[in-house]
Design a protein around this ligand. Structure first.
Ligand code: GDP
Length: 477
C-alpha cells in the first residue's frame, strides 16, 4: 500500500478518472479510493509528465500527504461551520452571539482573538468550530483552491426580509460544494417577522425545511436578543452526527490555512484548521509554497498552547513567508523536505498558470467527449429576470438522459467576483446575457481560468450549449 488514486490525482492536480484510465491501460483496475503501490504510482506520475523527485528512498512524489487512516484510529471531531446569507441579515451578529455561548470562555480568562475561526464548547462538552469570516467569498475562494474545510453552512435569512439575491447565491455555493445547509431564520424578535414566508420562499430555491416536508433543519432565532442560539447549536450537532465527522488525531498534522497575514510584531501568522493529526510546537511544516517550524501556537482565546488537534482553530507562528487562505498545511520530517516540497509547489503553481482555462465550454466539451462527466455546469447572469428564466428554461430542455445542463447559479446582474469564485470552484463557465463583468471579476476570471462568454442573442447562447452537450462543438471558439 502506498497512495490512493484520489491522493495521487490531487498531488498531480489531475482528474481521478484520468488516473483510473491510465491505470486501466497498464492493466491495473483500481477505484478512486484504492491504494496503489509505489512502482505503479511512479509510472503514473511519469505517464502524466510530472517529474518524480525522490525525497527519501521510500518516497516517490514530493507533496504526498500521509496514507489513509485506519477506521479504528478515527475519533469524532468538531464540525466546522460557515455562516452565509444576504448582507444585513445578521451573519456577524449571529457569529458574535454564538461566540458568547462558549462555556469555556470564562474559565480560560483569555481575551477574544479574531483569528479567522473560533471554537465554542457546549454545556455538554461538545464543540463546534465557526469560521468567523462570514459570506461566501472566502468559502468559494478556498474551495477553488481545492480546500474544503466547511462541514455545514448556516444560511442566515432575516425573517422581515426573506430571500434576497445573496441568499440565493449562498444556497448555490453550498449546493455546489455539497455541504448541508441549516437555516437560521433571524430577527424573529421584530414585529414584522414572518418565518413562514421564509420557509415558503426557500421552496423555490429547492431548500426544503422539515415543516415543508424536507429534511433541512431550520431554527427561528434572534441574534439581538440571544434567543434560540442553543437550538441552533443543537441543530448543528445533530447535523454533525448525521455526517459522522471523524479524524485520526494521532499522526502528523495535515490541515488548511483559513487566514494568513504579515503581523508587524510577530512576522507571518497563519490560522490553520487541522483536518487530521495533531500539530505541535516544534513541528516542521509546509503551508502552500511557504514553510516553517512551529514556534508557538495561539488559540482563539489568545492563549499559547502546545498542540492542536482536528477542527481546533489555531494561529501558527514561525513561518518563513505568508501563505494564502486555502493553502494546504502538511507536517514533514525535516527542513530539507520542507524546502523540496515548497520548491515543487512553486514550480507547480507556475505550470498551472500557463495551462488553458479549466472552466470553459471547450474544457467541458472534452470532458464530455471522454465521458468524464455527464453534466455541464454553468452560471447564468442576465440583464432581466425574464431573460434568466428564458435561458434556464431553454437549457433545462436541452438535458437528455446522457447529458444534463447543471445550472449552478442564475441571477440578474453583472458578473461579480463571487460569481467567478463559484464558477472556478466548480469548474463551470459563465454565460452572460447582455451583462458585463466588473473589472475585478474579469481579472479574477483570467487568473482562475474561468471562461466568460458574452451573448446578446439568447438563441446563440442556447445553441452553443446545445453544441457542447450534443458533442458537436465547433473547434473554433
Ligand atoms: P450581516 O451584514 O449579515 O453581518 O448583518 P449584521 O450582523 O451586521 O446585522 C445587520 C443589522 O441587523 C445590524 O444593525 C444588527 O443590529 C441587526 N440585527 C442582527 N440580528 C438581529 C436580530 O436578531 N434582531 C434585530 N431586530 N436586529 C438584528
Amino acid at each position: 500500500d502506498f497512495i490512493t488514486v484520489q491522493e495521487l490525482a490531487n498531488r498531480m492536480t489531475e482528474k481521478g478518472s484520468d488516473i483510473i484510465k491510465a491505470l486501466m491501460k497498464m492493466g491495473v483496475m483500481a477505484t478512486i479510493n484504492q491504494t496503489i503501490d509505489q512502482d505503479t504510482a511512479e509510472l503514473i506520475v511519469e505517464e502524466f509528465g510530472h517529474t518524480i523527485k525522490r525525497v527519501s528512498e521510500s518516497d516517490v512524489e514530493l507533496e504526498l500527504t500521509g496514507p489513509e487512516d485506519k477506521e479504528e484510529d478515527l475519533k469524532s471531531r468538531a464540525p466546522v461551520v460557515t455562516v452565509m446569507g444576504h448582507v444585513d441579515h445578521g451573519k456577524t451578529s449571529i457569529l458574535d452571539a454564538l461566540r458568547k455561548t462558549d462555556v469555556a470562555a470564562g474559565e480560560a480568562g483569555g481575551i477574544t482573538q479574531h483569528i479567522g475561526a473560533y471554537q465554542v464548547q457546549m454545556p455538554g462538552g461538545e464543540r463546534i468550530t465557526f469560521l468567523d469570516t462570514p459570506g461566501h467569498a472566502a468559502f468559494s475562494a478556498m474551495r477553488s483552491r481545492g480546500a474544503q474545510v466547511t462541514d455545514i453552512v448556516i444560511l442566515v435569512v432575516a425573517a422581515d426580509d426573506s430571500i434576497m439575491p445573496q441568499t440565493i447565491e449562498a444556497i448555490s455555493h453550498a449546493k455546489a460544494a455539497e455541504v448541508p445547509i441549516i437555516v437560521a431564520i433571524n430577527k424573529c424578535d421584530k414585529p414584522e417577522a414572518n418565518p413562514t414566508k421564509v420557509r415558503q420562499d426557500l421552496l423555490q430555491h429547492e431548500v426544503f425545511v422539515e415543516e415543508m416536508g424536507g429534511d433541512v433543519l431550520d431554527v427561528e432565532v434572534s441574534a439581538k436578543q440571544g434567543t434560540n442560539l442553543d437550538k441552533l447549536e443543537e441543530a448543528i450537532l445533530l447535523q454533525a452526527e448525521l455526517l459522522d465527522l471523524k479524524a485520526n488525531p494521532d499522526r502528523a498534522a495535515e490541515g488548511i490555512v483559513v487566514e494568513a497575514k504579515l503581523d508587524k510584531g510577530r512576522g507571518p501568522v497563519a490560522t490553520v484548521l487541522v483536518n487530521r493529526g495533531t500539530l505541535k510546537v516544534g513541528d516542521i511544516f509546509v503551508a502552500g509554497s511557504e514553510w516553517g517550524r512551529v514556534r508557538a501556537l495561539v488559540n482563539d482565546k489568545g492563549q499559547q498552547i502546545q498542540s492542536a488537534g482536528p477542527s481546533v482553530p489555531v494561529e501558527i507562528l514561525g513561518l518563513n513567508g505568508t501563505p494564502e487562505a486555502g493553502d494546504e498545511v502538511v507536517v514533514v520530517e525535516n527542513e530539507a523536505r520542507a524546502r523540496d516540497v515548497t520548491d515543487f509547489r512553486i514550480r507547480q503553481k507556475k505550470e498551472k498558470q500557463s495551462t488553458m482555462p479549466k472552466a470553459s465550454l471547450e474544457a467541458m466539451f472534452s470532458k464530455l467527449a471522454e465521458k468524464e462527466v455527464a453534466s455541464v455546469p454553468v452560471l447564468i447572469k442576465a440583464d432581466v429576470q425574464g431573460s434568466v428564466e428564458a435561458i434556464t428554461g431553454a437549457l433545462e430542455n436541452l438535458s437528455t438522459e446522457e447529458v444534463t445542463a447543471r445550472i449552478l447559479h442564475s441571477a440578474v446582474g453583472g458578473i461579480s467576483e463571487t460569481d467567478v469564485q463559484l464558477a472556478a470552484a466548480s469548474e463551470a463557465p459563465i454565460l452572460a446575457f447582455n451583462v458585463r463583468a466588473s473589472r475585478k471579476a474579469a481579472d479574477l476570471a483570467q487568473q482562475e481560468g474561468v471562461e466568460i462568454r458574452y451573448y446578446s442573442v439568447i438563441y446563440d447562447l442556447v445553441d452553443d450549449m446545445k453544441a457542447v452537450m450534443s458533442g458537436m462543438l465547433a473547434p473554433e471558439l
